[in-house]
Design a protein. Sequence first.
Length: 166
Amino acid sequence: MEEHQPYLPYRKVFTCKQFHKAPAQQVFPLLCPEREKEWLDGWNYSMIYSQSGLIEQDCVFQTHHNGSAPTTWLVTKYDLPGQSIEYFRIKTTDYVVKINIDLDDAGDGTCYSNITYQYTATNRQQAAFIHFHMSDFFNKTMQWWEKALNYYLATGKMLQKNQVLK
């Protein structure tokens, strides 16, 4: 049976639960565009607005990938005591993504990240990509992210993608 192209508007939600070998209070500060440069190979960004220079409520920054149009990120929730953050990631030509990350301490010096990405396509091509391919892409990205963060937490060093992808 042939599967038809999704119609606009198109939205799909992906979730992931990650395990981290450190308490939430140690992991949460690393979910910052500046701090991600310490542990996430290939991460680069441009700060647009932040009073502190780090992540905070209403922080705005951009990322650039493969010469395409920039993606703008807006922090809509930054709850340090609750170890919870929400971003909106906007690439007007393709999609809007709402990202929620909530950390839960496990009580033994480790924690879990509960991650939700809500993708909304802004064109038919992106709707098709989200519908047919995003699940695999999301899962691979989350596995890499978890592995890179845990490596950094254990060693204080960045895990290079070429070390993993050999």
